[in-house]
Design a protein around this ligand. Structure first.
Ligand code: ZN
Length: 502
């Protein structure tokens, strides 16, 4: 069909966006169900359905006529709004996504990842890195090649970073991590010599039913409308967003760990708050939902750590938490609870790390994957380099690869360039805090009574409502100027020096 008018071409865009969003809604719902409610032997039929829906998705976005109206719209860019241009840009990206890797290489890679997943799980369980190494070598080689397809003008690792955080480069990350390292590593050494914080009471027996009550209470404190946001249980906590009126978060309750579920509810709650506050107008368009992994993590970590583990917030919520567990917490003061949930201790496992040491775990992965992709680190040398960096930055000895370089699923899943967003998110959040405080003079007082309305209002205005309208760096700069890691470093050093009296 020939497009005669901009309106016709925009209608074609709208139709594609709606179909694409409906298909991903259906697919995500099936995946969400699999992780939360589906009985354990139901994978077979689900796999078949997902396969067929993926084919529909492929046909939809690979259709040659898409390129016709996209080309027509490019010719008439002066008649388009900034919002329309961004929708076209994002749609074009997803249309090109599938054609940029040759079909045979794509299929071969998917098969490799499929095998690698099984091999990695076994290797992790059996502490057998050599069994996984040949797969990792191939995955690295594929990613170096794909980086060239994504953006031949960029350094391969930059091209991969860009897949997760549009516009992010090593030029931004190198000085960021360098600044973190030079501040946090010496601070951690001082903490190690300081009086340790007792958090043993967090591992008493906390009945799951009561924890559920507590989780509901925290959802209410976060002012998350349960009419639009579900809370379910899964092996690993996650957030799924179907549109800005239907978000699902999950958690996992452990009887002997009070804070794991509660803080994961606040973390996923932060993701949900972002999605729920995206402007209605972007629903079912290519710019619906949060813009990037880094900005998303900035919201979840902001609520989990900056708010959730702050002194005034603990002051506000601890009475209710203690009321849920009168026996278990009768001898635990508000201050003891605050100190316990902030205990910093160098450890081996990233996902269990505290707020302070977390960024060092991420930094180690950044340094290693950067070298793997650049070809300056051989896969065979990965375990010894991993262990060396854990010794140097965290001061811990890695006993085996199970607790070392085999612990994360990212590399076996082909995700290179993903890790930095975790640390970036925390740093973005700290800078947002500084700017928000300028606009909310009674920030502390509000927090002391768990009144989050102004805080959510600030984030809603500057971040949430824009969904994916702007590139992450533009969105961030509009909200709080150019990215400056000093805010994060100052936040962490200020908080932990006070906490450990050093
Ligand atoms: Zn998250």
């Amino acid at each position: 069909m020939n497009y005669q008018t901009v309106t016709e071409a925009l209608n074609a865009l709208r139709l594609l966006e709606e179909k694409q969003s409906a298909l991903s809604h259906a697919m995500n719902m099936i995946v969400y169900d699999a992780a939360t409610a589906a009985p354990k032997n139901t994978a077979l039929g689900r796999g078949k359905t997902l396969g067929i829906l993926s084919e529909y998705m492929y046909e939809l976005i690979a259709a040659p006529e898409n390129m016709e109206w996209i080309a027509y719209l490019h010719e008439h860019e002066d008649e388009l709004t900034a919002e329309e241009k961004r929708r076209i840009e994002m749609t074009e990206k997803s249309c090109q996504q599938i054609s940029r890797i040759p079909q045979n290489e794509y299929t071969e890679y998917q098969m490799l990842l499929n095998d690698a997943q099984t091999v990695w799980e076994k290797a992790k369980n059996e502490n057998d890195f050599p069994a996984f190494a040949p797969y990792l070598e191939k995955i690295v080689a594929f990613n170096r090649k794909f980086a060239g397809y994504y953006n031949p003008a960029m350094a391969p690792y930059d091209a991969l970073l860009n897949e997760f955080e549009e516009g992010m480069t090593m030029d931004v990350l190198d000085p960021f991590f360098e600044k973190l390292r030079s501040a946090i590593v010496p601070l951690l050494e001082k903490i190690r010599l300081a009086e340790p914080i007792d958090d043993s009471f967090l591992h008493r027996s906390f009945p799951v039913e009561k924890q559920k009550q507590c989780a509901e209470y925290l959802m209410a404190v976060l002012q998350i409308d349960r009419g639009y946001c579900g809370l379910a249980e899964s092996e690993h906590p996650f957030t799924d967003n179907f549109n800005n009126k239907d978000v699902r978060i999950t958690t996992h309750f452990y009887e002997n760990n009070l804070t794991s579920a509660l803080y994961s509810v606040i973390h996923e709650g932060g993701h949900a708050i972002y999605e729920l506050a995206c402007d209605d107008r972007y629903n079912q368009t290519a710019i619906a939902g949060g813009v990037s992994m880094g900005i998303h993590e900035s919201q979840s970590r902001f609520f989990e750590n900056i708010i959730g583990r702050s002194e005034p917030f603990i002051h506000a919520v601890y009475p209710e938490i203690r009321a849920c567990f009168p026996e278990q917490l009768s001898d635990v003061s508000e201050e003891a609870f605050y100190r316990a949930v902030n205990r910093a201790e160098p450890s081996l496992i990233r996902t269990e790390a505290d707020e302070l040491t977390y960024c060092l775990h991420v930094m180690i992965r950044y340094e290693l994957e950067k070298k793997l992709i650049a070809g300056t680190l051989a896969v065979g040398d990965l375990p010894s380099e991993w262990n060396r960096l854990y010794r140097e930055y965290l001061g811990v000895e890695v006993p085996d690869d199970t607790h070392g370089c085999l612990q994360d699923t990212h590399w076996s899943g082909g995700s290179f360039g993903y890790f930095p967003s975790y640390a970036l998110g925390s740093a973005y959040g700290a800078q947002m805090l500084a700017f928000m405080k300028k606009d909310i003079p009674d920030f502390e007082e509000k927090l002391r009574v768990a009144d989050l309305a102004d805080i959510k209002g600030w984030l809603g205005e500057h971040i949430h409502r824009h969904a994916s309208l702007y590139q992450p760096s533009v969105l961030f700069e509009n909200a709080c100027g150019s990215f400056d890691p000093s805010y994060y470093v100052d936040y962490l050093t200020g908080k932990f020096k006070k906490l450990y009296h050093i």
